[in-house]
Design a protein around this ligand. Structure first.
Ligand code: AHR
Length: 518
């Protein structure tokens, strides 16, 4: 399929968030009666895969001075609790397509060490579904479990639902009780496999084959628990030759049985890649995400209309992040090898902010989204034996988690532009409980600060409570164990509030402004 150039896509996508081009000045118009969506907090979810050091040495490290009596890293748990991550996808990823969940339950000493074939590692199975669900309760997060539809069967997927959600008196629920978990875990959200369109996926198949297998699994899983919300595998990236066609065929097979379809995307600023290492283009890649969401939503709606169905699917963007540098380890098979340990810099964090803006602007359609991943593997948090470091991408994510709740507003953004790329990208939420706006703004201009006029149609803020920015002279600056505070949010001077106020945004920055209303 022919793909448009990046700039072409940016221009096409910029129509959607009402960004006017070729302006000389920037303006954001906020009308609290224009509610785009009620924000489902699951939009700010994350992902933990049995991959590299995400689980082992990431959240689970018995014997570590940082571990509690269950082996969970207390420092990591505290970070995640403080962040307030609402939902976490587990156990994969590619890993799930080769995973037998039975290997990870029951007495630890009887669990097999296996050769893990997706990432070519050694999996000890010392951490499994019960440990994860116990950890989720401690972390005050909700699980999003994926079932194996690669190597695995629909029967084993339904058995896992029975193991997790059935109260008692059946083979699998009684096995859970035997394993010491008397109460059902009641897991509501489930992914029907992972990236089954990818030739790298264990059990890769055609869209029609996968669609039929997903239907079989969905029927059997729902027979156990009717309340499940089921997510079909959509295309693993817009770069796939079967992008959209895969989604259409899968949904033509499975539409009545599923609730949502997944989207995945990793962004790159590699010199040989789509942006050719051009940071300004890179910072516009969130508009590419916006287009991907619109395209997949259009396919869902097409199938819905063809089937004369009254059900509208929602979207699960359950893998998104920057990922292009760290891929493989040393080629040897280890337990917890160092894989995908991407070090994020300032420009990655600015793009992560833009991607969060996009997700919020499309919250009418995207209900779940997962920053992939959470610890050590392409992650905002990195651990060594003693401590946790917050990578640059931690900050925009933490701001969304802390301050964006309630309603996403349909704001009008007029942005200056010299080259077809809007200098300003904004998302605004209003929390009726707290009576507070959160304004998130990306300044894509690499050499000039930008002034943004913010116009309120009603409910003018009483004051500015907090104005933080992530910026710096060096777009490639990163946080490391040696320099964990190299890139940190800085305070900006609070703007004077009125129904026509002016924000001053540093060049190459992502900023968060809290505005309580009287
Ligand atoms: O998140 C890393 C990997 O990226 C996942 O295992 C897979 O689903 C995707 O290709």
């Amino acid at each position: 399929m022919k793909r448009r150039t990046l700039l072409g896509q940016v221009l096409a996508a910029s129509g959607a968030p009402a960004i006017l081009r070729a302006q000389q000045s920037n303006r954001v118009v906020i009308d609290p009666s224009r509610i785009k969506a009620q924000l489902d907090r699951r939009l700010f979810g994350s992902f933990l895969e049995h991959l590299g050091r995400a689980i082992y040495q990431g959240i689970y490290e018995p014997g570590s001075p940082q571990a509690d009596s269950s082996g969970f890293r207390k420092d990591v748990l505290d970070e995640i609790k403080t962040m307030g991550v609402p939902i976490i996808r587990y156990p994969g990823g590619n890993f799930v397509s080769g995973y037998n969940w039975l290997d990870g339950v029951g007495p630890r000493e009887k669990r097999p060490r296996v050769h893990e074939r997706a990432w070519n590692s050694i999996e000890t199975n010392q951490f499994g579904v019960n440990e994860f669900l116990t950890w989720c309760r401690l972390a005050a997060t909700e699980p999003l479990l994926a079932v194996n539809l690669g190597w695995g069967t629909p029967e084993m997927a339904a058995a896992l639902v029975e193991y997790c959600n059935f109260e008692r008196g059946t083979k699998w629920s009684d096995l859970r009780r035997e394993h010491g978990f008397m109460q059902p875990h009641n897991v509501r959200y489930w992914c029907l496999g992972n990236e089954m369109d990818g030739p790298w996926q264990i059990g890769h198949m055609t869209a029609r084959e996968y669609g039929r297998k997903a239907v079989d699994a969905a029927r059997q899983m729902r027979a156990v628990d009717r309340s499940l919300q089921l997510i079909a595998c959509g295309s693993s990236s817009p770069g796939m030759p079967t992008f959209l066609e895969w989604d259409r065929e899968v949904l033509e097979e499975s539409y009545p049985q599923v609730d949502a379809i997944s989207l995945h995307r990793y962004y790159s600023n590699a010199p040989g890649g789509e942006t050719k290492g051009d940071s300004r283009k890179y910072l516009a890649m969130n508009l590419d995400m916006e287009q991907q969401i619109d395209q997949v939503a259009a396919v869902c709606d097409y199938v819905q209309k063809r089937l004369r169905s009254s059900k509208r699917l929602w979207l699960s963007f359950d893998e998104w992040n920057v990922w292009y540098r760290a891929r493989s380890g040393d080629g040897k098979r280890h337990e917890a090898p160092q894989l995908l340990e991407e070090i994020y810099n300032l420009e990655d964090a600015l793009l992560a902010g833009g991607l969060l803006n996009t997700l919020m602007r499309r919250a009418d359609r995207v209900r779940i989204a997962c920053l992939a991943q959470l610890v050590n593997v392409i992650a905002p948090l990195m651990t060594d034996a003693r401590s946790v470091v917050r990578q640059t991408i931690y900050y925009p994510y933490a701001w969304a988690l802390a301050h964006c709740r309630g309603q996403v507003l349909d704001v009008g953004v007029e942005a200056a532009s010299e080259d077809g790329i809007a200098n300003i990208d904004a998302a605004v939420t209003f929390d009726p409980a707290k009576r507070e706006y959160a304004v998130l703004v990306l300044n894509r201009h690499l050499s000039r600060d930008q002034e943004v006029r913010v116009v309120f149609r009603e409910s003018t803020p009483a004051k500015a409570a907090e104005f933080l920015t992530l910026t710096g002279n060096d777009l490639k600056a990163a946080n490391t164990f040696d320099k964990p505070k190299n890139v940190l949010p800085q305070k900006l001077e609070l703007p004077l509030t009125s129904d026509n106020m002016v924000l001053k945004l540093p060049r190459q920055s992502y900023s968060m402004l809290r505005l309580p209303v009287a």
